[in-house]
Design a protein around this ligand. Structure first.
Ligand SMILES: Cc1cc2nc3c(=O)[nH]c(=O)nc-3n(C[C@H](O)[C@H](O)[C@H](O)COP(=O)(O)OP(=O)(O)OC[C@H]3O[C@@H](n4cnc5c(N)ncnc54)[C@H](O)[C@@H]3O)c2cc1C
Length: 337
């Protein structure tokens, strides 16, 4: 079924809690009906905004263009072998509800991504990642609807061009693609991933947790570190961790011996953006109703009533100071609309 709303309030539809409206807001769980509407040109698709739960977005007021929100939440087991299971999940499903379901079935692969806010449909967009893994590892394919040609099509994992907080869906040529379903390949005899140090250190040495225990641990660690958007509006990490050449990192280490670096690809390392921001003195700083979360310098928070402009201007200031101090241009992870 398709529901079309006019002047739809979006305050509850973004985790920053920004006041905004959509002149046209469409919600649907029916791809055939949606495709028919597209074929009949009844939807203005000149500037579509596909919105999940709004947990990685800064919304302007009002949003220009049509907002489309998927509400299909069905989980279907497509194939099962001795070792693995292929599962299709609707884009409108809550990500963490889906992870909880996979863990309850002892299907392994997504447990380290527990408690990431958002919808299943948004997971491939920036290839969500945390605690030593990323969605791309388990995504087998993605079913999308192209609003320009009014057709449904499928992309393999390779065609999704997943990268660090990146995918084909972020490219300009994919502007009209709405993720409709995501197909995951999960393990039936799960291997646990303790590659992320704080997660490994959560358990006693030599202890081999199962995926239920991993999920519980991730939830505990995340809850202690990150602000709950229901209390302080935020969108998680505001910036990506910059990737620099090993050579540049070496030069930086001469000036900042304790700069943390993590292997990324051969010849490149990742530097935690939070460390760069904190070293520039931003942690805990507040400008009116916006500020940097005191426990995590990578998170910008809305202390109540902030505007998109205030958030963007603080983000710009942070970018400038990191550029001046380290010569590194921080890239925003959050989408500005
Ligand atoms: C407290 C907190 C912690 C977070 N922690 C993490 C983390 O650990 N790791 C991480 O990777 N992210 C994290 N995030 C960011 C966020 O949870 C993810 O980016 C999530 O995938 C966003 O889902 P969403 O449904 O809210 O997407 P939205 O914010 O609604 O949209 C995000 C982007 O995806 C696009 N999009 C959404 N749905 C569709 C669709 N069906 N088809 C096409 N495009 C679509 C939007 O147009 C937009 O560009 C965190 C956010 C918060 C608030």
């Amino acid at each position: 079924m398709i529901k079309i709303h006019q002047n739809y309030p979006l305050k509850q539809s973004n985790s920053f809690g920004l006041e905004s409206t959509a002149s046209i807001y469409i919600e649907t769980d029916d791809s055939s009906e949606l495709i028919n509407e597209l074929k009949n040109n009844t939807i203005d698709i000149s500037n579509p905004l596909f919105l999940g739960t709004g947990s990685n977005i800064v919304l302007s007021t009002p949003v220009v263009g049509t907002v489309i929100h998927a509400t299909n939440k069905e989980i279907t087991v497509l194939e099962e072998s001795r070792d693995s299971v292929l599962i299709k999940c609707g884009a409108g499903m809550d990500w963490d509800e889906f992870v909880k379901w996979t863990v309850s079935k002892n299907y392994g692969g997504l447990e380290n991504l527990s408690l990431i806010p958002g919808s299943v449909g948004a997971a491939p967009i920036q290839n969500i990642g945390a605690y030593g893994t990323e969605a791309a590892i388990c995504v087998e394919s993605v079913v999308a609807i192209d609003f320009a040609s009014a057709r449904k099509f499928s992309l393999t994992r390779e065609e999704c061009h997943f990268g660090y907080r990146d995918s084909q869906f972020k490219r300009p040529e994919s502007k009209y693609w709405m993720v409709w379903e995501v197909i995951f390949l999960l393990e039936k005899d799960p291997r646990v991933n303790l590659s992320y140090k704080p997660l490994k250190e959560f358990f006693p040495p030599e202890y081999r947790p199962d995926i239920r225990e991993i999920r519980e641990a991730v939830i505990k660690i995340r809850s202690s570190k990150l602000p709950d958007p229901a209390v302080f509006g935020n969108a998680g990490s505001f910036f990506k961790n910059p990737v620099v050449s090993a050579c540049q990192a070496g030069l930086m280490k001469e000036k900042y011996p304790d700069i943390p670096t993590y292997y990324h690809n051969p010849g490149t390392v990742k530097i935690p953006a939070g460390w760069l921001i904190e070293t520039c003195g931003w942690k805990g700083l507040r400008r009116g109703q916006v500020g940097i979360y005191p426990k995590q310098a990578l998170v910008i928070v809305n202390y109540g009533g902030a505007t998109a402009d205030e958030i963007i201007s603080l983000a710009n200031e942070i970018q400038e100071s990191v550029k001046t101090e380290f010569g590194i241009k921080l890239e925003m992870e959050v989408r500005i609309v």
